[in-house]
Design a protein around this ligand. Structure first.
Ligand code: C5P
Length: 288
């Protein structure tokens, strides 16, 4: 095998609660990740020279060293050995700095792809250890599951069953938001104790089962993100106007998405939003 083509899907957070600020500066979270069909494509190709090459047409991703795929490559080099180098072609469709985990997904799928292409035989646990050093959202994508609960920084994953295929309308404002800036401005209380993950997760899963129909849509980061980008409050309110009351911001934003049981309903809502000619991109996608 000389090359490998991989799809690198995005995520939304169906729930995000900040439990407190940790001593290391990160925040302790309880979140529900849901994988969606909006995706980038990554093509890995073996090359003779022991080099890393990244080819992408996206202007904002021209700086290779800042790319999370490069970070993944550097960390992987410390944990595994292989002959030759790799050329990575990245076709970007997931908007950048949008709260959709695009960069994290790229890094995770690069690791999974390298493991296969070069027969590195790294276990999932080993990959997750590397992934957690790249970013808090990376481990979720390494589990290759539709849905999971994230605790810790978001990097501790418990896979949960995903019973229904959902449809989403994503509205992505043109300006991105820096996750670090959102957390910096969050007035979260320091954690007095770190709750036992197992307890939280099982209580959470029980709550989810009970309220399966009416999703517990909640995101603690929305007040901060909408202060940084006031357009978010307008977009949030527009969802009511277009008949999509079930909506939420994903991650630290700025993407706001609505949830629908059927494709037709999602497409109708997307058409209504598109007619409003917002300064934002609109995507229809589904559970993946
Ligand atoms: O982990 P990641 O690199 O994606 O996080 C980006 C920034 O967001 C971190 O530098 C940190 O400031 C903040 N963050 C946080 N608590 C989390 C996740 C991220 O404070 N659970």
């Amino acid at each position: 095998m000389n090359s490998l083509t991989i799809s690198s899907p995005a995520k939304v957070n169906l729930f995000l609660k900040v439990l407190g600020r940790r001593r290391d500066g990160y925040h302790e979270l309880l979140t529900r990740f849901h994988r969606i069909s909006l995706q980038d494509q990554i093509i890995l190709k073996k090359i003779k020279k022991p080099q890393f090459r990244l080819i992408t047409t996206h202007l904002k991703l021209r700086s290779v060293r800042k790319n999370l795929i490069y970070k993944a490559y550097r960390l992987l080099k410390n944990s595994a050995d292989w002959q030759g180098g790799v050329e990575v072609k990245l076709r970007k469709r997931i908007p950048i700095a949008a709260g959709l985990g695009g960069g994290s997904s790229n890094a995770a799928h690069f690791l999974l792809g390298m493991n296969r292409l070069f027969g590195l035989r790294l276990s999932r646990a080993a990959l997750v250890k590397i992934g957690a050093q790249i970013g808090s959202d990376v481990p979720f994508f390494l589990y290759q599951t539709k849905e999971a609960i994230g605790t810790g920084r978001g990097e501790r994953i418990k896979v949960i069953p995903c019973r229904h295929k959902l449809w989403f309308v994503l509205v992505v404002p043109q300006s991105g938001i820096s996750t670090a800036q959102v957390y910096q401005q969050l007035k979260a209380a320091p954690l007095t104790r770190i709750s036992a993950d197992a307890t939280i997760t099982s209580a959470f899963s029980r709550g989810m089962r009970k309220k399966e129909k009416g999703h517990r849509l909640h995101n603690d980061l929305f007040p901060v993100s909408s202060r940084l980008l006031p357009q978010l409050r307008q977009i949030d309110a527009l969802f009511d106007q277009v008949g999509a009351p079930e909506r939420l911001m994903s991650g630290s934003g700025p993407t706001i998405f609505s949830i629908h049981p059927f494709k037709e309903e999602a497409e109708k809502v997307a058409r209504r939003i598109q007619r409003l000619k917002l300064n934002a991109q609109v995507f229809v996608c589904h559970t993946y």
